[in-house]
Design a protein around this ligand. Structure first.
Ligand SMILES: [Zn+2]
Length: 67
């Protein structure tokens, strides 16, 4: 019994970790990674109500569109 419970706990923990990783990935894609060159060398610039992702690597500037 203890072993099965342990496995269920392990699976739950694993699942949560996967979800967390996906959230981090989604966050990174929206707020960190440059849409053009895919590098994370970016700054967020606020301009009025809009946010822009300015890439230091290639100089691209993309509006951040939140879902
Ligand atoms: Zn770039």
């Amino acid at each position: 019994m203890g072993e099965i419970r342990g496995q269920q706990l392990f699976l739950k923990g694993f699942y949560k970790e996967q979800v967390l990783n996906r959230l981090i990935e989604a966050y990174a894609k929206t707020y960190v990674l440059c849409k053009i060159c895919n590098k994370p060398d970016t700054d967020i610039q606020k301009e009025g109500k809009k946010n822009f992702l300015k890439c230091q690597a290639c100089g691209a500037r993309e509006e951040i569109k939140e879902k």
